[in-house]
Design a binder for this molecule. Structure first.
Ligand code: ACO
Length: 320
């Protein structure tokens, strides 16, 4: 059977790290408050010359190197972002041009679930036979849409990018590849997490607005339910999962979701302490960390999951 097989991962962070202490010098907050409520200790903030496109390109290069695949083999780039370099052309086409790839390239917008949406899209297109080898990228410069006067949001986010290379391969039933992906959206909750601007409404870029408490409640319920769905579809039990790589929004959401599934937190890859919430970039950034430090290995069963503005949410189970 043809499956999309994971071949490599890479990531990129801006040069500048900003600790909670540094942030507390210009925002009315404290390291203690941020750590206690979110688990975040640090984030990276893009500086001059660093954009979603440059971070995405760096992550994509690292992923190709990790995969041992050259850019000329890539025939599809799907890039998830809520902070594109410009309204158009798609940031994916900038990556395509920088790497010298051919084929199709486009962006998807599903905010923090964007990487899951991009992965599901690329996987379907590969299994459908339209493309063979894809770069799937999550990249964001959320710092540029934060209201730095609003302490309830600006302390939570950071910038970064992560990328997967996946390739269609004929594998046995128990072989590697993406086993199932489930995606959902519920637009009725758009007012709980949104950007208050856009090209077709205000003609401005806008800033992030969020009702944090309500987002938290929906996140735990939606994530638990989509994880159950993927387990049911694949016939895999939670105890068979080697690693969960969740969207890194908040340590308490990660804890609560792991508990609902009956999984020990030791099986959950956590990078929110170092990177904060990097939206669409957070899943591949965390995944890259766990591959490079030797936790995720060939043969492992890995669950990816995310929830974000919209609301949108999803999960994907893959064997490495
Ligand atoms: N520093 C210090 N105090 C603060 C800060 C801050 N940065 N932000 C808010 N406070 C204060 C508030 O003003 C409030 O003070 P008050 O009691 O005097 O009115 C108090 O802290 C409590 O505020 P709440 O908003 O009720 O705090 P809560 O315990 O809900 O924590 C948080 C807020 C961390 C945002 C939490 O609701 C949360 O994690 N929600 C999930 C949101 C999220 O992760 N979104 C990311 C995008 S969606 C996603 O990725 C899943």
């Amino acid at each position: 059977m043809i499956r999309s097989v994971f071949k490599g991962v890479g990531s990129a962070l801006p040069k500048r790290a900003v600790s909670n202490e540094e942030l507390a010098q210009r925002v009315d907050t404290s390291d203690e408050w941020i750590r206690e409520r979110t688990g975040i200790g640090n984030r990276y903030i893009a500086g001059e010359g660093e954009t979603t496109g440059t971070l995405a390109t760096e992550a994509a290069r690292a992923a190709l190197e990790n995969a041992g695949i050259t850019a000329d083999e890539v025939d599809l780039i799907v890039l998830a972002t809520a902070t594109p370099d410009s309204t158009f052309p798609a940031t994916a086409t900038k990556v395509q041009s920088a790497l010298g790839c051919k084929g199709a390239a486009f962006d998807v917008a599903a905010v923090c679930s964007g990487f899951l949406y991009a992965l599901g899209t690329a996987d379907s297109m590969i299994r459908g036979g339209m493309f063979k080898c894809a770069l799937v990228i999550g990249a964001e410069t959320f710092s540029r849409i934060l209201d730095w006067e609003d302490r309830t949001t600006c302390v939570l986010f950071g910038d970064g990018a992560g990328a997967f290379v996946i390739r269609g391969e004929d594998v046995p039933e128990d072989g590697p590849g993406i086993l199932a992906t489930r995606l959902h959206a519920d637009g009725n909750h758009g007012d709980l997490l949104f950007v208050d601007g856009g090209p077709s409404t205000t003609g401005t870029v806008g800033k992030v607005r969020m009702k944090g408490r309500e987002v938290f409640r929906h996140a735990v319920v939606n994530l638990a339910s989509v994880l159950e769905e993927v387990l049911e579809e694949t016939g895999v039990s939670a105890s068979d999962i080697d690693w969960v790589v969740p969207h890194q929004a908040n340590l308490r959401i990660l804890d609560a979701t792991a508990r609902k599934l009956g999984l020990p937190i030791e099986k959950v890859v956590v990078t929110v302490d170092r990177h904060a919430n990097t939206s669409a970039a957070s899943v591949p950034l965390a995944f890259d960390t766990a591959v490079r430090d030797g936790r995720i290995k060939p043969g492992d069963l890995v669950m990816l999951e995310a929830m974000g503005g919209g609301f949108t949410w999803g999960a994907s189970l893959m064997r490495i």
